[in-house]
Design a protein around this ligand. Structure first.
Ligand code: GAL
Length: 465
């Protein structure tokens, strides 16, 4: 009996009930089926269009892999009196000597003057929306952007990009130990929808004028600020390098705000895990976990540590990475399931060779995969295009494509340091044969391509996120 009932039910649902299936029901079902078909094909078409657009844009980003050469001539030596020449024979100058010499005859090559500035207040015709690494870069009011040693956060709430960095618009002076420095002014913040035109949102964390014992007293050092958003607490959290003028405090500072544009409240500073911390960065993973990476043990190694859930402190877990490699200026990013990092050597404001590193697990082990810089010249490659990395920004909608952000420091006038933004692409085999997995190299190559002028693929801004 039970069995019979069951069978009957099945046949009705299965449209095989013969006389039990009425005409209107059949018509309605047909209409429903056709509607579904239409809906599916529209959806599929949109997917296809989006896919083609993505592929095209990705393709035009790949075109940025064309290698551009630079042939900068070292100027002939200045004339000297025969007596001076005899007293001190001239040393051969290199391009890096010229770069570091503020009176060099080819100064304009590295620090072009305001006439070539990127200026969103002016219609620059064909040059609009191009990046020109090393040129002055003006904000939407026509004033040079002050966001050195910075990083970019995409804010999911306002769907804007925020660029935070050291606001250095004051004169440079030489500290007692001979280091070029500026007083702390604070952290500058700029907002943009297209990563090209930047509106000044003001100083979101300001120096302390009066209290000399405060970390942010103008006589101290505030460098490399980075901001991430905490979904759980709804707060924007800033981490930065806090130091005294002689870099002996070696600590990290933490500040918090309800808004991306601040004001940020400074909470505290500390030496994470009781260790020195100088150049640093923070990185937020896809799963919401965030990490601090800092140069430690006299900059001889990096340390990496997960942050607490509220991002306001480090957890006790810490791993030493790139031990004995003397790396700083870490910039961490992820492609697929692999973590990558670009670091610099430790030569103060002078540029040096960048290296890329890769890891399967963010906590390590990390392996060095080679110098990512391509193009320019041998000297461009050995000096990170006369700059030092600070951040790597993933381009939503273009997997494997990033913007490498670096600072071309000008220790003679730090506020006039320039931004060097270049396309970074992950793909192809790594330079240095490292570990192999079933005969394949474990890591992809990380490449940063030199361009005097480049732009993001057209249409990129419509398809992001
Ligand atoms: C660099 C560092 C910069 C700044 C500079 C001071 O090594 O990356 O952020 O601290 O030294 O000389």
């Amino acid at each position: 009996m039970r069995m019979r009932n069951k069978q009957r039910k099945t046949t009705i649902l299965g449209w095989n009930a013969g006389s039990r299936c009425s005409m209107p029901a059949m018509v309605w079902s047909l209409v429903g089926f056709l509607l579904l078909l239409h809906f599916y094909s529209t959806l599929h078409k949109t997917d296809k269009a989006e896919e083609t657009r993505l592929q095209m844009s990705h393709h035009s980003f790949q075109e940025l892999q064309v290698v551009e050469e630079e042939n900068i001539q070292i100027p002939p030596p200045r004339r000297r009196s025969p007596r001076a020449a005899k007293r001190r024979p001239r040393k051969k100058t290199t391009l890096i000597d010229e770069f570091l010499d503020e009176n060099s005859q080819i100064r304009h090559v590295f620090f072009p003057d305001h006439r070539s500035a990127i200026d969103p207040t002016k219609d620059t015709g064909n040059d609009s929306f191009y990046y020109f690494p090393g040129r002055m870069w003006l904000d939407t009011e026509g004033i040079p952007i002050q966001a050195h040693g910075g990083g970019i956060m995409f804010d999911p709430l306002s769907r804007m990009y925020y660029w935070y960095g050291e606001y250095q618009d004051v004169p440079t002076f030489i500290a007692p130990k001979g280091l070029a420095r500026v007083d702390i002014i604070g952290v500058g913040c700029y907002s943009s929808k297209d990563l090209q035109t930047w509106k000044n949102e003001g100083i979101v964390l300001a120096a302390e004028e009066a209290n000399e014992t405060h970390d942010l007293h103008k006589s101290n050092v505030l460098e490399r600020p980075k901001v991430i958003y905490n979904e759980k607490t709804g707060k924007y959290v800033m981490w930065m390098h806090i130091d005294d003028a002689n870099y002996t405090k070696a600590a990290v500072g933490v500040a918090i705000s309800d808004y991306p544009t601040g004001p940020f409240d400074y909470i505290y500073s500390k030496q994470p895990h009781g260790f020195e911390s100088r150049d640093m960065t923070i990185f937020k993973d896809d799963d919401g976990m965030a990490y601090l990476v800092y140069s430690s043990e006299d900059n001889s190694e990096l340390h990496i540590a997960p942050l607490t859930e509220d991002y306001l402190d480090v957890t006790p877990v810490m791993k030493r990475i790139l031990v004995g490699q003397h790396r700083e200026a870490p910039a961490l990013f992820k492609h697929g399931e692999t973590y990558y990092m670009i670091t610099s050597g430790c030569t103060g404001w002078a540029p040096n060779e960048a290296l890329a590193h890769a890891a399967e697990s963010i906590m390590g082990p990390w392996e060095t995969v080679g110098n990512p810089c391509i193009g320019g010249s041998k000297m461009f490659k050995l000096t990170t295009f006369f700059a030092q990395g600070t951040f790597v920004l993933p381009l939503a909608g273009l997997p494997g494509s990033f913007i490498f952000m670096a600072d071309r420091w000008n220790p003679a006038d730090l506020r006039d340091s320039r931004y060097v933004w270049l396309p970074l692409i992950v793909g192809g085999p790594a330079d240095w044969p490292l570990e192999y997995n079933f005969g394949f190299p474990s890591w992809s190559r990380v490449s940063i391509y030199w361009h005097r002028k480049w732009r993001l693929p057209s249409g990129w801004s419509d398809m992001k996120r």
